[in-house]
Design a protein around this ligand. Structure first.
Ligand code: UT7
Length: 336
């Protein structure tokens, strides 16, 4: 889905909100659950700890908290929201959509919305979709949430996967940009279903509905061929980043800030190296959050805004790779 360069209206991100559960699950906590150790996890993934929901916290709950912060900081009345896009692979329920549950909880009376299933690329796909909606002139205020409760599908007996993931939510407001040249300059989204068997949840869908057998066989948890996904992620995330840069006549040195999906610090380092981006320009927060799937990039945006690393006018690239496979990148000139 490549976009043309002839767009009268440019969309921009005008605010970021977030929610992280308070409960911390450290590598040392995991040492008590599976045969692993802090040194292995840190050196192979860059992760020291991750956040995990408490009882009563789940995907719509985290989304609502992130949105409330977003509405407050952007001084937006909820009645102004036109669309809510919730990117997640861990919805509260298979249906109705988490977007409907969120809409009711925040009292957004004048909007429609939907869930977007693209795993770790979910937020980027949601943002790319929202920017198209705004550019078309159809909508003026869109909330995109990247949120996942990965602990709800994690097998805490499987050391290959349970060390990697955490819970969290980030939300952005997308609206028309008033300043020429500021906002979302370009976006790329793509899928490659040949990767479907390498990262997935086997049961609980129409192919294999829940049964005693599927529960006994641990098929309601995330399954991953880590090595294969690692190799494909390194190539995929770099490729889609290079493609958006080349399409816009840029290279790695033109980037002020790179915010990649956070699956493994080694994947991020390899991607930055291939793009020739200095490590000082790469947002890395995987150490304290783990892989929050659709949450990683809006949380990266949030942290970068908070700590002052993301400034108005900065040429910024977002890049994601996830189950599906799904791949996405966004080129922005930060608008505030
Ligand atoms: O968001 C997108 C989706 N996810 C990803 O992009 C993740 C992609 N994959 C990865 O990040 C990495 O492949 C992992 C972190 C999952 C694994 O790292 P690795 O360097 O590829 O390790 P490995 O799977 O090759 O395992 C090396 C060794 C094995 O032992 P042997 O066979 O060499 O004796 C594993 O059994 O490490 C062992 N191992 C562990 N040891 C301690 C695997 N997991 C653990 C563990 N603690 N948690």
């Amino acid at each position: 889905m490549n976009r043309s360069n002839h767009r009268p209206i440019l969309a921009k991100i005008s605010g970021v909100g977030h929610y992280m559960p308070e409960k911390v699950l450290t590598n040392h906590d995991l040492e008590k659950l599976v045969d692993t150790n802090d040194e292995w996890i840190v050196s192979r993934t860059g992760i020291s700890e991750r956040r995990i929901v408490a009882d009563g916290e789940f995907t719509s709950h985290m989304s609502v908290n992130a949105i409330n912060e977003l509405l407050e900081t952007t001084d937006t009345d909820v009645s102004e929201i036109d669309v809510i896009i919730v990117a997640t692979v861990t919805p509260d329920r298979l249906f109705p959509s988490t977007a409907c549950l969120v809409q009711e909880k925040i009292g957004a009376k004048n909007c429609w919305g939907f869930d977007l299933s693209a795993a770790c690329s979910g937020f980027v796909f949601g943002l790319n979709t929202a920017s198209r909606f705004v550019e078309s002139g159809a909508y003026k205020k869109i909330i995109v949430v990247g949120v996942d409760t990965m602990s709800s599908i994690m097998n805490y007996k499987d050391r290959n996967t349970c060390i990697l993931f955490g819970d969290g939510a980030g939300a952005v407001l997308v609206e028309p940009s008033e300043e020429e040249g500021f906002g979302i300059i370009d976006s790329l989204s793509s899928i490659d279903g040949s990767g479907a068997e390498h990262l997935y949840m086997p049961a609980g869908g129409s192919e294999k509905p829940a049964s005693h057998e599927t529960v006994d066989a641990d098929e309601h948890y995330l399954h991953q061929d880590g090595k294969k996904v690692y190799i494909d992620a390194v190539r995929g995330m770099a490729d889609i980043s290079i493609k958006i840069l080349e399409k816009n006549g840029l290279n790695g040195e033109d980037i002020d800030l790179f915010i990649p999906h956070q699956a493994n610090k080694r994947i991020i380092d390899s991607t930055a190296k291939r793009l020739k981006i200095d490590s000082s320009k790469v947002v890395i927060n995987i150490g304290s959050y783990g892989n929050t799937t659709a949450g990683t990039i809006p949380l990266g945006l949030y942290d970068a805004v908070q700590d002052g690393r993301l400034k108005k006018g900065y040429v910024t690239v977002l890049a994601a790779f996830g189950a599906g496979y799904t791949l996405g990148s966004t080129l922005l000139k930060w608008a505030y």
